[in-house]
Design a protein around this ligand. Structure first.
Ligand code: FE2
Ligand code: FE2
Length: 227
């Protein structure tokens, strides 16, 4: 008899088949493992809620990617899909609503804010997977998947004004082909540590940012032929 985690893992893995490497099922398992690491440093964590929310958090990724209108929010839709799966598996209403809350507010640009310890841990773990060595690897995958660039030396202020909706740092990218890994770092990834909730995630983020800063400084030198 398979345990509930294994069953959910299989459902998610199947649903996420074919997604590009920047956001495939391996991201889910990295987030799951980070959740367990952070949870060790927090009090009164419902590990069942946390583990299941981590496994299901990006279940609607494909729907958002396929919706060219940009109206699908994979966090909101994911919470709905998760509810159906969990009902079928016989979870209680209480557990389902706690898991749904975690999923609905895990998104960086989302308007729902995490309120429970499990939701805060999932939010942090998901963001940590965007920074450090893995963050660099994922960012370059994304640039390739979207025909964007390795590097762009356009002045940052000019780029934000012209290619981010509303001329705002957290605005959506208008033309993906004008985006680049260094611009993703400057406009989004650099600001992730300020958004984290848990102390353990903040400590991990500090070390990951040190590495990223060093990487992008070196990349600039190599791009300019200085090194
Ligand atoms: Fe997500
Ligand atoms: Fe995610």
């Amino acid at each position: 008899m398979k345990d509930k985690y294994q069953k959910i893992r299989e459902i998610v893995e199947k649903k996420m088949q074919g997604l590009p490497p920047s956001h495939d099922f391996s991201h889910v398992m990295r987030v799951y493992n980070l959740c367990l690491t952070i949870a060790k440093h927090e009090n009164k964590v419902d590990l069942e809620v946390l583990k299941i929310a981590a496994l299901l958090h990006d279940i609607a990724r494909k729907e958002e990617d396929l919706d060219s209108s940009g109206n699908t929010d994979h966090a909101v839709l994911g919470a709905e899909i998760a509810e159906k799966i969990l009902k079928d598996l016989g979870f209680t209403e209480d557990k389902i609503s706690k898991i749904k809350h975690c999923i609905a507010c895990h998104r960086y640009r989302g308007t729902n804010k995490p309120e429970t310890v499990e939701a805060k841990i999932l939010f942090d773990a998901d963001k940590l997977d965007s920074i450090g060595a893995i963050g660099i690897a994922r960012s370059f995958c994304w640039q390739g998947e979207n025909k964007a660039r390795i590097y762009s030396d356009v002045p940052l202020k000019e780029y934000i004004k012209e290619n981010l909706v509303g001329g705002k740092l957290n605005g959506k990218i208008k033309d993906k082909s004008k985006h680049a890994a260094n611009l993703e770092f400057e406009t989004k990834l650099k600001h992730i540590p300020e958004r984290l909730y848990t102390e353990r995630a903040k400590a991990i983020a500090k070390e990951r940012m040190r590495f990223m800063n060093e990487f992008f400084l070196r990349l600039k030198k190599e791009i300019n032929g200085e090194l």
